[in-house]
Design a protein around this ligand. Structure first.
Ligand SMILES: [Zn+2]
Ligand SMILES: [Zn+2]
Length: 487
């Protein structure tokens, strides 16, 4: 989003000195409040214009970190409790329940697969929440598991490497420094024939070590370290960087107090996690068929997903300092979601035409339209483009099918007639927004802006629109792949 950076200090509206301005005029330089900016709509696009001079208006942008992190963290408990969030939670916990059941009730060697998939589903969702929160999404939505390796195996690996720092050092300390003797329970486990069929864990004697203060210090240090590692993992850095202590220290130092605040929030959620486990145990005890397992899995999921939300919010407001996304993506409008309150009449006023049958259109226009249809059906771009350029009235454009606009848009883009391409592609999406051509036309429109007209910001805003308007389509997947990570 482009905006006037030099005015990134709160300023009052020029006409209303007691109201904070959210926009500034490119033309008369006035600072403007929501009452002094007009919204104009033309086809699928929206323009803001200055209430004083009708000039182009840009939002006044400030860095996201201007809103204190603590304020953002207060609202997190609402995150999973939306309609879509609950649906995702229900779906994921059902999947995890099935995988856990499969892992428990199969033989030793077969346990491997459901366990890996289960970990992949969980950690895939965890990193998905961090990243979608860092993009500014407000609701929990469905993670994408379309690619087994990158959506399941990789997150699982990263999650395991990250959390191994929580228990790994403590375990090494117990085994090699404290010389905790686990040979007896291990031998017992390995000599039991049942282990080779159903698997199992050794019955360790924790009473020997649980009171050791050094062990607890090591675990606490690991817990304070872990969020730094998970942030590095979420920011798509390599596993080696995750394990590099210098990288983690640098991350923690850059984030300063916000890291401490994050730790406090995560500590609170750890308590919630333990409570969740207690509740889950209670639900298990009720032993309702299917329901008990499902509900227990759901209750256990909530705290970890809120933890991911916390990490995502930290990345959302300070990620540029960790090299995540480009600095300009961390600017947001100073007034947040506040919209201008003035609706201006549309730029293209449709002439008021008395009801008349379509055949009454001027003969020249009907000729052009039918010639255009013929040219498009013959795939003759050379004929179709000039005919299309003759159609100037929105009324006549509306008589052309969406697919024909799309054909013209594609042909015009290929021939370097970008203004014509933009017009045709916008209209293709506009005449039939729910038709099959609309999302394809918009993706093509974004590509024309990005690749030919060098306007990446416009392209990004169209991609965002496609992702929200046409979810789960090829177009939205393409758009998602072309959105920068933080936009
Ligand atoms: Zn102005
Ligand atoms: Zn004003």
């Amino acid at each position: 989003m482009r905006g006037s950076l030099e005015k990134a200090i709160p300023a009052p509206c020029q006409r209303h000195p007691t109201v904070m301005a959210g926009w500034s005029c490119d033309n008369c330089q006035a600072t403007l409040c929501p009452d002094c900016v007009a919204v104009r709509r033309s086809l699928a696009t929206e323009y803001l214009s200055c209430g004083l001079c009708q000039g182009r208006v840009l939002p006044i942008l400030v860095h996201r970190s201007r809103s204190p992190l603590a304020e953002r963290l207060w609202g997190i408990w609402r995150y999973p409790f939306t309609l879509s969030g609950l649906a995702v939670l229900l779906g994921l916990s059902f999947l995890l329940m099935v995988l856990r059941w499969a892992a428990e009730s199969t033989f030793l060697l077969l346990k491997f697969l459901p366990t890996v998939i289960g970990l992949g589903v969980f950690w895939g969702a965890f990193f998905h929440i961090i990243r979608s929160t860092a993009r500014g999404e407000r609701e929990l939505d469905t993670p994408d598991y379309s690619e087994f390796f990158s959506d399941c195996v990789r997150p699982a690996l990263r999650g395991l490497v990250g959390t191994s720092l929580l228990w790994g050092p403590g375990l090494l300390y117990l085994l090699f420094i404290k010389r905790w003797d686990v040979s007896k329970p291990m031998n017992e486990l390995l000599s039991s024939p049942a282990f080779y069929i159903t698997g199992g864990l050794p019955e360790l004697d924790w009473s020997q070590v649980v009171g050791d203060p050094i062990l607890w210090l090591i675990v606490l240090a690991g817990a304070a370290w872990l969020p730094g590692v998970l942030l590095i993992a979420a920011a798509e850095q390599s596993v080696l960087t995750m394990l590099n202590p210098l990288a983690v220290v640098a991350t923690v130092r850059r984030l300063g107090r916000d890291y401490t605040r994050t730790l406090a929030a995560l500590a609170g959620l750890t308590v919630a996690l333990l409570l969740g486990r207690l509740v889950a145990a209670g639900i298990h005890w009720l032993d309702l068929p299917l329901l008990s397992r499902w509900a227990a899995e759901l209750v256990t999921c909530i705290a970890p997903f809120l933890m991911a939300r916390v990490l995502g919010l930290l990345l959302y407001s300070r990620g540029d300092e960790l090299g995540y996304g480009s600095p300009s993506e961390y600017l947001e409008p100073i007034l947040g979601d506040t919209r201008p309150r003035v609706e201006a009449p549309p730029l293209r006023v449709e002439p008021v035409v008395p009801a008349e049958p379509p055949t009454a259109a001027p003969p020249a226009l009907t000729d052009t339209l039918s010639a255009l249809v013929q040219a498009v059906e013959a795939q003759d771009a050379g004929k179709a483009l000039p005919l299309y350029a003759e159609l100037r009235e929105p009324r006549s454009l509306k008589q052309v099918e969406s697919a024909h606009h799309l054909f013209v848009g594609q042909a015009a883009a290929a021939q370097g007639q970008y203004a014509l391409a933009v017009k045709a592609l916008e209209t293709a999406a506009d005449v039939e927004p729910d038709g099959p051509s609309a999302s394809r036309a918009l993706v093509l429109l974004a590509r024309v802006y990005a690749e030919r007209m060098k306007d990446p910001e416009r392209a990004q805003s169209i991609y965002r629109y496609v992702v929200h308007r046409y979810p789960n389509t090829d177009a939205s997947r393409f758009a998602l792949a072309h959105l920068s990570p933080t936009s």
